[in-house]
Write a protein that binds this ligand. Structure first.
Ligand SMILES: [Ca+2]
Ligand SMILES: [Ca+2]
Ligand SMILES: [Ca+2]
Ligand SMILES: [Ca+2]
Length: 328
């Protein structure tokens, strides 16, 4: 073997070793990335600003337009001014698909969605809605891992969805009864949000499965004080039909896995349901917010002891997890 051949062989060996090292790092990069939006999807809107897969306690202080975020990781709480118009409704979601919740407001007076992307920290604005009867219903209807802006127009009973994947906006008539409350969720567990209505007058859940396109109806609720609280309480990746009966402070849950329906007494007068996955076990936890003291009372699904957490208690505070019609 002459010197030239030796050099050529060394060069080829070094080349393959380098490829191997790069591949090794790329593999771990993919695993790391997998903890973000490519990880297992949850069948509810996880309000998770720090990206640890646990629900954060978050309030929107209406009178000052400030968000107060208490990261579940235990970092210091922080605030961010975003909002301030009396018609503003918090609509947090993962609009950029990086696995962290973005601060977002739906401004009812103009129909503008004002979003701060967590990945780029840049604000954006898009008008979608604006009718006084419009109710924001953000969700991942196209299943690309990014929240889509969407509203339910109560006056006509139509759902207007702008897919984040860039397709044409769609409109679908589903609802229209004055007692209808939008209750979107991933009831069939295919990773796409399903259009759904809770009809207060009859206690019927009217759901269109995104995988089959077929409508279904289930009776669950019907008391005038019932508030729909869909979530994945059994952790099977499908949203469960559930309501909170304010008159008695009872949660009534029908697990999608087929297990027996059950009730949990947790709440009562002066409490607002704030379901979320506070312990990060993939199951929705029963939790309530007490406006008079600004305290969150959380019962972790993992079985650890119930606890309270204060988020201030300004009378204008809105617990973001209770925001109507965000998917849970
Ligand atoms: Ca989407
Ligand atoms: Ca679905
Ligand atoms: Ca479930
Ligand atoms: Ca949980």
């Amino acid at each position: 073997m002459n010197l030239q051949t030796k050099h050529a062989i060394s060069f080829i060996l070094i080349f393959f070793v380098l490829i191997g090292i790069l591949g090794f790092f790329y593999y771990f990069f993919l695993i790391y990335k997998g903890t973000g939006n490519t990880g297992k999807k949850t069948a509810f809107n996880l309000i998770d600003f720090d990206g640890d897969k646990k629900t954060d306690v978050v309030i929107y202080r209406k009178n000052s337009g400030a968000w107060w975020i208490f990261p579940s990781k235990g970092d210091e709480p922080y605030s961010k001014g975003w909002g301030g118009d009396p018609s503003d409704i918090p609509v947090p979601g993962d609009y950029d698909g990086d696995g962290k919740t973005d601060i977002a407001i739906y401004r009812g007076s103009t129909g503008a969605w004002l979003i701060i992307s967590s990945s780029k920290n840049t604000p954006s604005s898009k008008v979608w809605g604006g009718d006084p009867s419009d109710i924001p219903v953000p969700g991942d209807y196209d299943g690309d891992g990014k929240t889509d802006i969407a509203f339910y127009r109560a006056s006509t009973g139509a759902w207007w969805i702008m897919p984040s994947s860039g397709g044409a906006p769609s409109s679908k008539g589903w609802g229209g009864n004055p007692s209808d409350i939008p209750a979107p969720g991933d009831y069939d567990g295919d990773g796409k949000t399903d259009i759904a209505i809770y009809r207060g007058s009859t206690g019927a859940w009217l759901i269109i499965s995104s995988s089959e396109g077929a409508p279904s109806s289930k009776s669950w609720g019907g008391d005038p004080s019932d508030i729909p609280v869909p979530g994945d309480y059994d952790g099977d990746g499908k949203t469960d039909i559930a309501f909170y009966r304010a008159s008695t402070g009872t949660w009534l849950i029908t697990p999608s896995s087929g297990a027996k329906a059950y009730g949990v007494g947790w709440g009562g007068a002066g409490f607002t349901p704030v379901p979320g996955d506070y312990d990060g076990d993939g199951k929705t936890d029963v939790a309530i917010y007490q406006a008079s003291t600004g305290t969150w009372w959380i019962t972790p699904s993992s079985g650890t002891k119930a606890y309270g957490k204060s988020s201030g208690g300004d009378p204008s505070d809105i617990p973001v997890a209770a925001c109507p019609h965000s998917i849970r």
